[in-house]
Write a protein that binds this ligand. Structure first.
Ligand code: BDR
Ligand code: CA
Length: 312
């Protein structure tokens, strides 16, 4: 199985991605780490631990908790995800579970399996930037970083120009973009194309004794309502689950080699991703960016993943 670390800010779409990852036989989720974003750092840590405990996957990942950036713009994801980030479920966490500092755990796991670990970034990139700063040698030892973030065509979500994860800690995003790592970016442009229709739950078995099934029946109806109320759409974006599908099946996406950076000081463009698309490109290529997505295959991949999680 392929080793992965999932860094996230749960968040309902983060939770769905986690479910798929934790029950996928092809993946070995060695660690999960939390960061501030959709909710503050403390809440994100509780949500992550609560999700792992409630889902009780066959292999328990180690859990790392991050502290979040010192300053962040005054935005969060509570309108779409609920005040606690997870449909106001207020998941219970046991005090027994051992929690590690996120950036140290990331460094340790990468050091333990050089070039083998895929780092999946589903939230603001604070922990990953800190790990790279703490131990610069790991850059060459990370197999690949798959990032849900950015807006290739410049149409953001949290602001007109910026995507949430890149906006929340723009400096961190820039640090990761500029690091000497192999990167795949799954931007909003493609995750938005794979919005899930209202019948998502109907496509899944409803097994009351299954923790994943229970959780999905609590999270998904909430997120449908919030998408209708906040965004005026009949359907849901599961950005992070789409990014996870790119970890499992990169062949469902068309990738382009690009040179990308993040705006860190702009008055109205903070966190905007900028790609050198000039005829004579001067910036060096530093990532592949998903430019096309096979929507039915990606949605099917997420649905199959959720079925596996429900079966346990
Ligand atoms: C990203 O921002 C968060 O709100 C979501 O969980 C996702 O990771 C989408 O812009
Ligand atoms: Ca997220």
């Amino acid at each position: 199985a392929r080793k992965v670390i999932i860094d996230c800010d749960p968040g309902i779409d983060d939770a769905v991605a986690l479910m798929v990852a934790l029950f996928d036989a092809e993946l070995d989720v060695v660690a999960v780490t939390s960061t501030a974003g959709n909710v503050p750092a403390d809440q994100a840590g509780r949500n992550l631990q609560g999700l792992v405990e409630r889902l009780d996957p066959p292999r328990r990942p180690r859990i790392g908790v991050g502290t979040g950036p010192k300053t962040a713009p005054p935005v969060d994801g509570t309108d779409l995800n609920g005040t606690d980030g997870l449909a106001n479920l207020e998941l219970v966490v046991s005090s027994l579970h051992q929690r590690h500092p996120a950036e140290k755990l990331i460094c340790d796991e990468i050091r333990a399996a050089p070039e083998e670990v895929t780092l999946v970034a589903l939230g603001p990139m604070t922990n990953i930037a800190r790990a790279l700063q703490r131990d610069p040698m790991i850059a060459a030892q990370i197999g690949r970083i798959v990032i849900m973030g950015g807006a290739y065509n410049g149409i953001g979500n949290v602001t007109p120009a910026a995507e949430f994860n890149c906006h929340f800690d723009a400096m961190a995003a820039r640090t990761v973009f500029k690091s000497r790592t192999t990167k795949t970016l799954i931007p909003l442009d493609v995750t938005r194309q794979a919005a899930f229709a209202l019948d998502l739950l109907d496509q899944l078995p409803n097994i009351e004794s299954s923790p994943a099934s229970q959780l999905l029946h609590q999270l998904i109806p909430f997120v449908y309502r919030s998408h209708r109320q906040s965004l005026g759409i009949e359907g849901i974006y599961l950005h992070d689950a789409v990014a996870l599908a790119a970890v499992l099946h990169p062949e469902f996406f068309e990738m382009e080699e690009m040179a990308g950076d993040v705006e860190t000081t702009g008055e109205i463009t903070l966190g905007a991703t900028v790609f050198d698309r000039r005829e004579h490109r001067a910036w060096a290529t530093n990532m592949e960016v998903a430019s096309k997505i096979d929507v039915p295959r990606v949605q099917d991949c997420v649905i199959q993943g959720l079925r596996a999680a429900i079966r346990g």
